[in-house]
Design a protein around this ligand. Structure first.
Ligand code: ARG
Length: 410
């Protein structure tokens, strides 16, 4: 068989690659640049990923492709989620969850390009990622086979190391990795190790993109984020570049650290730690612009739909028709989401300190308590009479009933 394998270069997917080859399959290794190496090594660094590609070829892959998917990830996945202020269970910006449908799309595209019969991933059976990748593949290529050997026959770490040693798979770090990490420009997730006991506070070494809020400079940083139709834009900068820069600024102010007990799709609760400096900041700013420009009814309806949107992403239903319908709803409202939001990043908090928009529904002459007030104060009395009618009618009926219940009316 010809198989496209989602290849990270780590121990598990390297063993998987070697196993496929030993079984006589042809393997095309697919590695993605989603911005993680930029965050660790500085922007523009594809070197570490090129080394991953070379490793796949050395292990015997017939082809190894390295795809720079940073812009596509930000523009087509992360910004759709931003339009919905998507936070799973109110806090997690869904960084890992958003990358899985993109990985699925690229597996399918690569399989089509090379005429492969199957795609494969190294996810385990306990996580959400297997569900997201496989449903994503099914949405785009229903007849393509997906192989998940590590899910179907789990490989313990000692077994993986033994296999690697016996089959010439280089092992980069023999020391036990303290955490399981997944990262892209929208955020970094850290799980396992000492974090599995929910009483243990996350050690500082769990974090790589942010400082502890108490160690951040007291002065903080101020950023102004310009939105055009709901999309944050900095002149002369691509979407991925802007998110990268914002990760740096917000991260050095300790913004975006999240520590939560999370409900997985497969039914279990897990302890997850995240650092998502840019996405947390952008969602705060985006919400502020919505509050300035959307009507009260739009905001009320959208809050519920936003939560549904986050659940669809988390629950592996990115490719569902409902998600596309919600995109259309968000796009309609985004016609008015143009303007600027100023955010103070300080000691772990992203605080909006100002907003402006040509579409602002906020009207200072209506809102003011100072001179130039144009609000019709005299109309308020009549409004209260009518708005309160159901309450008044209900109260009157309750009073009548109470009278009837007293002995002389019985
Ligand atoms: N719990 C998060 C999610 O489901 C993060 C998953 C991270 N994946 C990983 N393979 N470490 O979205």
């Amino acid at each position: 068989m010809k198989i496209v394998l989602a290849y990270s270069g780590g121990l598990d997917t390297s063993v998987l690659l070697k196993q496929f080859i030993d079984q006589g399959h042809q393997v095309i290794a697919m590695t993605l640049n989603l911005g993680e190496s930029d965050m660790l090594a500085g922007e523009g660094s594809q070197d570490a990923l090129e080394a991953v590609r070379q490793k796949a070829l050395k292990l015997g892959a017939v082809e190894a492709v390295l795809i720079d998917a940073r812009e596509r990830f930000i523009e087509e996945y992360a910004y759709k989620a931003l339009a919905a202020n998507a936070l799973y269970q109110g806090v997690y910006p869904l960084s890992a969850a958003l990358s899985r449908p993109l990985i699925a799309d690229l597996l399918v595209e690569t399989a089509q390009q090379y005429g492969a019969d199957a795609v494969a991933h190294g996810c385990t059976g306990k996580g959400n990622d297997q569900v997201r990748i496989e449903i994503g593949v099914r949405a785009k290529a229903p007849h393509l086979t997906t192989l998940a050997p590590l899910r179907d026959k789990p490989l313990s770490r000692p077994d993986a190391i033994a296999y690697a040693q016996a089959h010439g798979v280089p092992i980069a770090h023999t020391a036990a990795k303290p955490y399981s990490v997944d990262a892209n420009l929208w955020g970094r997730s850290i799980e396992a190790g000492v974090l599995e006991n929910p009483w243990n506070a996350p050690p500082e070494d769990a974090y790589a993109w942010s400082v502890a809020p108490e160690d951040a400079p007291a002065s903080g940083d101020e950023v102004t984020i310009a939105f055009r139709h709901g999309i944050p834009r900095v002149e002369g900068t691509s979407g991925a570049e802007m998110v990268f820069e914002l990760n740096k600024v917000a991260g050095r102010n300790g913004v975006g650290r999240i520590d939560m007990i999370e409900d997985r799709v497969v039914g279990l609760k897990s302890r997850e730690v995240y650092e998502c400096p840019a996405s947390v900041t952008l969602i705060e700013a985006h919400k502020a612009l919505e509050r300035l420009t959307l009507t009260r009814d739009e905001l009320r309806l959208k809050a519920g739909l936003d939560q549904k949107y986050a659940e669809l992403i988390y629950d592996a239903l990115w490719s569902s028709p409902l998600r596309l319908a919600l995109d259309a709803f968000n796009a309609k409202l985004a016609e008015r989401l143009t303007g600027e939001v100023r955010v103070k990043l300080i000691r772990g908090r992203a605080v909006v300190t100002g907003s402006s928009s040509p579409f602002a529904l906020y009207d200072e002459s209506l809102a003011t308590y100072g001179a130039g007030d144009t609000f019709r104060h005299d109309a308020a009395g009549g409004f209260i009479q009518i708005h309160g009618l159901p309450v008044a009618a209900g109260a009157a009926k309750a009073a009548e009933a109470a009278q009837r219940a007293t002995p002389e009316f019985a």
